[in-house]
Design a protein around this ligand. Sequence first.
Ligand code: PA5
Length: 424
Amino acid sequence: MDIRLNKQNLKGFIGDNDIEGIMPNIEKAHNELEQKTGKGCDFTGWLDLPNKIEDSFLDELAALGEEIRVNSDCIVCVGIGGSYVGIRASLEFLIADQKLPVYYAGQNLSSGHLHYLLEKLQDKRVTVIVISKSGTTAEPALAFRVIKQFMREKYSPEEFKKRIITITDAQKGALRQITDKEGFRSFIIDGNVGGRFSVLTPVGLMPIAAAGVDVKQLIRGARLAQDECSTMDMDKNIAYQYAAARYLLYKQDKVIEVLSTFYQRLSFVEEWWKQLFGESEGKAGKGIFPASLSFTTDLHSMGQLLQEGERNMFETFFLVEKSGIEVVIPQEEEDLDNFNCVAGNDLDWVNKQAYKATAMAHYEGGVPNMSITLPQFDAFTLGQLYYFFEKAVAMTGYLLEVNPFNQPGVEAYKNKMFALLGRK
Ligand code: PA5
């Protein structure tokens, strides 16, 4: 894989003996995962998904994406949680590849958000992609009601039908019923892949193909990661190395993991990571709290807490080797701000020095840290990254002896809200 994991700043916190000590647990978890016999094994369809996806299906998505781009000025994606974050994470990471604007709805219950969105859509040619695995979630269902009405008023019955695409279960849920009744085009979410693991299914692939991203490259990356993260050889499997380090730190009462990035384009991947890790591990009174920070901005606020606050956290820096954009710092005749020392350098070079300084300072301040470095912002890398994180959280979940593939807590909220709304 092109992704690198650096564990140098774990020295003094985790030693080789610690890893040796948990090898039997890792091996057990590995076997349960690969043989699909562990907790929640009915929801491990994501494990072999990259190598199972047919290229012909990816071609079909690319062709539909092309049709959408010809007929539309923008796309509206309606969904929440696993039916939202991965799409947005992908498109923010791959902003340079995006050919069509994408707006989001149904990820909250904000009337202001929906109101201003509809205002923006008035004079645009719109395609709507509605995503809900269960087909019953309140936020996207209500947003879709409003948007459906808008689309019905804006378009002829034929156009209305053509411009709405749904992604949902094959049989279950209200969205399936609506789809069949209205005759919308539709893609199916496999029952054995949970929401937060669904970014490499039509949930993520369809919208991002429509936005113009090369989904074949994304899946090629995921296939590489699937191959390389399926080995029990710890030296070769960085997903297991990351999982083992997290688990051992948690056992030392480092109960918060801060994923800190120095790149704006990684911010929504951090959101995706938070959902994946928080929802997978946080149960049965256990779980590492996944937090994220955007540096260097947050160094001027949360940096204080990291440097000198309670020592109950570890940090994972999330970096990119080639930012892809060069901004050269100009030389000034009069060096009033004393920054001629960096003149002629790319701003990203300074950013990288900021990372080095932060990693060192936080380590010396008692915060063990690792770094995950990506080579660049492209679909091939992103595909690898998604699979890497999915495999890592599955491993930590099993090490923690929880079921990483259910979300009873999320269901509890949904059920209570339905009761308050008087919904059956
Ligand atoms: O990971 C999950 O299962 C959840 O976050 C869901 O993705 C989220 O609640 C949305 O559910 P649905 O796709 O069924 O509307």
